[in-house]
Design a protein around this ligand. Structure first.
Ligand SMILES: C[S@@+](CC[C@H](N)C(=O)[O-])C[C@H]1O[C@@H](n2cnc3c(N)ncnc32)[C@H](O)[C@@H]1O
Ligand SMILES: Nc1nc2[nH]cc(C(=O)O)c2c(=O)[nH]1
Ligand code: SF4
Ligand SMILES: [Mg+2]
Length: 216
């Protein structure tokens, strides 16, 4: 659990936080396809804007903020609440490019748990119940994020990524879920990951199951 300090005023006196706007590429009710919560119904909010530039990124349309609508916290909270989802996953783009305090306070006030998918390359903000860190060599995570990580999910294409996974795991708290996720377009990474996990059973495998299920 991560909480930005000094949020009491926003939560109690200042209802204007419901009017704060975020650039949003899409928001939808689906099944969490990846990681420790795979298979669970969840509401996704995909903010626009990313400065990490992973060449294999599967949502490149999220990189530019421009061209995506701005939605208020109130609109996003209403949509998530109406869906009936028990938790919301904030993803992107890189969601930590935005101050997530207003959005996460809105969601928490509505009784929703808040998860985040992040590269951790910009400062943490908001109230976050579950942090999935997917670190990238293209723009490294801040040192601060590691203390709060619940799940480390490293995309693997080659042996270099396994070494990168180990370096990041060393910085995570004991008990962090350690997961390797094959890059979707690189089938040979599967053999690499299977052999690695058999030899290093503290790691597990995360697959992008929504792509098999053909849901968003
Ligand atoms: C699109 S990113 C958005 C959130 C954040 N920018 C991040 O990278 O964590 C969501 C997740 O998809 C993973 N991902 C992106 N492209 C992928 C691909 N081609 N194959 C497998 N995983 C991918 C990312 O590593 C991350 O865990
Ligand atoms: N169903 C589904 N599960 C996901 N888990 C992480 C995703 C992401 O893009 O962050 C994602 C996504 O795009 N769809
Ligand atoms: S950090 Fe995430 S959204 Fe940004 S390019 Fe990499 S995978 Fe895509
Ligand atoms: Mg995705």
């Amino acid at each position: 659990m991560f909480k930005t300090e000094n949020h009491t005023k926003l939560l109690t006196d200042d209802k204007d936080f419901l009017e704060v706007e975020y650039p949003v590429m899409e928001h939808f009710y689906t099944i969490q396809g990846e990681g420790a919560h795979t298979g669970r119904a969840s509401y996704f909010i995909r903010t626009a804007g990313c400065d990490v530039n992973c060449w294999w990124c599967d949502v490149k349309d999220s990189w530019e903020e421009e061209g995506h609508p701005k939605l208020t916290v109130g609109e996003l909270v209403d949509a998530a609440k109406e869906s009936g989802a028990p938790f919301v996953v904030i993803t992107g783009g890189e969601p930590l490019l935005h101050d997530l305090l207003p959005l996460t306070l809105g969601l928490k006030s509505a009784g929703l748990q808040v998860h985040i998918e992040t590269s951790g390359s910009s400062p943490l903000s908001g109230q976050l119940d579950w942090i999935t860190l997917s670190p990238k060599r293209f723009k490294k995570p801040t040192e601060e994020v590691f203390a709060y990580v619940d799940e480390l999910k490293v995309v693997v294409l080659t042996n270099k990524d396994l070494k990168w996974a180990e370096e990041n795991a060393e910085k995570c708290p004991a008990g962090t879920r350690l997961l390797l996720q094959p890059e979707w377009e690189t089938p040979k990474s599967i053999d690499l990951i299977v052999d690695y996990v058999k030899e290093n059973p503290e790691w597990g495998i995360s697959l992008q199951t929504h792509k098999f299920l053909k849901v968003p």
